[in-house]
Design a protein around this ligand. Structure first.
Ligand SMILES: Cc1cc2nc3c(=O)[nH]c(=O)nc-3n(C[C@H](O)[C@H](O)[C@H](O)COP(=O)(O)OP(=O)(O)OC[C@H]3O[C@@H](n4cnc5c(N)ncnc54)[C@H](O)[C@@H]3O)c2cc1C
Length: 498
């Protein structure tokens, strides 16, 4: 894995590989253990495909008891474990380690309970995000958080990443829609947090788990809230001749107290790529295109459409179309939903970043991004969850040109620094993983990072669950006292600092 420092593989674990594989076969009999190199290739990376690594062994448990036994076995023998759902993470959270068991949760694929009166679904973690909506849509319900990867990503992975999507502006992220989980700690203990009721007892450990990127425990069951589908949904397609106008329009819509069901923006390169790909009817003479969807009772939607149209006009919109049918609404979204693969057609490779800024900083950050694009000599197409201030710049590069991946990574890091400087944060929904790990000190000082690490230590004191992710330094829990450097001798010199 070029350029990415990961924890040094543990020699003792590597030497015992055959024994570990044999023991895994006893715990998970049948076809639940994959150890041949060519079969493990399918698991060597996640959605951040720039990095690849074969794991020690792949284990696909089917029951909570098996998960518990695998984790306890590994904990007792100091073996690292990387949890994995569907492997769509864009930040390398599910990237395997050479000396770690890759614990794949995809066989946990059943819906356990649907309770329409209480509006909840209990699902195993390997059920896809879309699978939950599919299970309840015949009764007019749906699960609101809708990552673009929803056809493939698992609900367990959504909890681990606190995933979002177009609908999250109005209906909240995964954190706002998960009511309870069952999880297994690294020592094998099975714990339940929350449930079908609205609040967790005690400390909000459910909140701690949501977005914990597989570092604290393995989720084995998820209870989510489902919502009734809105009576009406209509969308506006609004074009602007500058992205500053588009950004200001977004700020004004929210400022007017309107919370759309979705509000997404694309810049010129993304508009052109999407239009060439799906022929959604997008205007090609604009610099910024805004899709605003309003949902709810028909009368309310009609009223809000009028307000949004007026705000767009005041901000200098050059074109504004309002969907007149469900088919037209879907066609407005078709280009946005296909924006990532569309950009994949105009560049051999792209690197998808994920940062969040205060909405009002959008024009300033976009201008900064343009300067960076010139500095690095690489193109960038922008697709954003504009209402949330969540940016997804797609940096265009060619992995076959020596040095271009490094350039794309430096460009991406500078974009995230720009977001933090503008009062934003390093990630919106894709997580830190390995991708943004080394940028954590841009946002947190050592005291902040130590405090976060203490939470990790409370769950996993031996630091065996998904090490090398999120934290820029691998530190023993015992080291979390004040760092004492004696005559230039750093404590625990054997622990890698990356
Ligand atoms: C084309 C594309 C579009 C995307 N669009 C979006 C989007 O709109 N919004 C968004 O938020 N994300 C998006 N993503 C990112 C990704 O789909 C999400 O992060 C998703 O939640 C990952 O789920 P997964 O099952 O694939 O998890 P994985 O990739 O397998 O794992 C992700 C992380 O979760 C941990 N994990 C997985 N399962 C468990 C478990 N059961 N218990 C504990 N930890 C676990 C892993 O260790 C890892 O750290 C997109 C990805 C792609 C490829």
């Amino acid at each position: 894995m070029s350029g990415l420092a990961m924890p040094k593989p543990d020699d003792a674990t590597m030497r015992r590989r055959d024994e570990i594989v044999a023991d895994m076969r006893i715990i998970v009999p049948g076809e639940g253990v994959v150890d041949a190199a060519n079969s493990m290739r399918a698991f060597e990376s996640d959605g951040l495909t720039a990095y690849r690594q074969l794991p020690l062994v792949v284990v696909l448990p089917e029951t909570v008891a098996q998960v518990s036994r695998v984790l306890k076995y590994c904990n007792d023998r100091n073996i690292r474990v990387v949890p994995r759902g569907s492997g769509t993470s864009l930040s390398g959270g599910a990237l395997p380690l050479e000396d770690a068991v890759l614990l794949v949760m995809s066989r946990f694929n059943r819906i356990l309970e649907i309770d329409f009166p209480d509006r909840i679904v209990v699902a195993q973690p390997g059920v896809t995000n879309l699978g939950i909506t599919t299970a309840v849509e015949q009764e007019g319900f749906y699960y609101a958080p809708d990552p673009s990867s929803q056809i493939a990503c698992s609900i367990g992975g959504n909890v681990a990443e606190n995933s979002g999507g177009v609908h999250c502006l109005k209906y909240g992220l995964t954190a706002n829609n998960v009511l309870g989980i069952e999880m297994v700690l690294m020592n094998g203990e099975v714990v339940r947090l929350g449930g079908s009721h609205l609040d967790c007892e005690g400390y909000d450990l459910l909140g701690v788990m949501t977005g914990s990127e597989g570092l604290l425990g393995v989720v084995t069951e998820v209870t989510v809230r489902i919502l009734k589908k809105p009576e009406t949904a209509r969308a506006l397609l609004i074009g602007f001749s500058t992205s500053e106008q588009g950004g200001q329009c977004v700020a004004d819509i929210i400022g007017a107290g309107i919370i759309p069901g979705g509000m997404e923006m694309m810049d010129r390169p993304a508009i052109h790529a999407a239009e060439d790909f799906v022929h959604a009817g997008y205007p090609l003479d604009v610099e910024a295109l805004l899709i605003v969807e309003l949902d709810g009772p028909g009368v309310e939607v009609d009223h809000l459409i009028g307000l949004v149209e007026a705000i767009a006009y005041r901000n200098g919109s050059t074109t504004c179309r309002i969907s007149q049918s469900e088919q037209e609404r879907l066609s407005f979204w078709a280009g946005r939903k296909a924006a990532f693969p569309a950009v994949g057609r105009i560049s051999p490779d792209y690197y998808c970043m994920d940062g969040t800024i205060p909405r009002k900083e959008l024009p300033h950050v976009l201008a900064g991004m343009r300067e960076l694009s010139e500095k690095y000599g690489l193109g960038v197409a922008n697709v954003f969850h504009a209402g949330d201030g969540n940016l997804h710049p797609l940096i265009l590069y060619d992995a076959n040109v020596p040095g271009e991946l490094d350039k794309a990574e430096s460009f991406g890091a500078d974009i995230l620094r720009l977001c933090v400087k503008a009062g934003g944060v390093l990630t919106g929904e894709h997580g830190v993983g390995v991708e943004k790990r080394d940028l954590m000190p841009e946002m947190f000082n050592q005291i902040d990072l130590d405090q976060q690490m203490r939470v990790k230590c409370a769950f996993d004191p031996n630091h065996l669950l998904n090490p090398g992710k999120v934290f820029p330094q691998l530190r023993r829990c015992a080291e979390l006292g004040r760092m004492h450097v004696h005559r230039g001798q750093v404590a625990f010199p054997d622990i890698p600092r990356f």
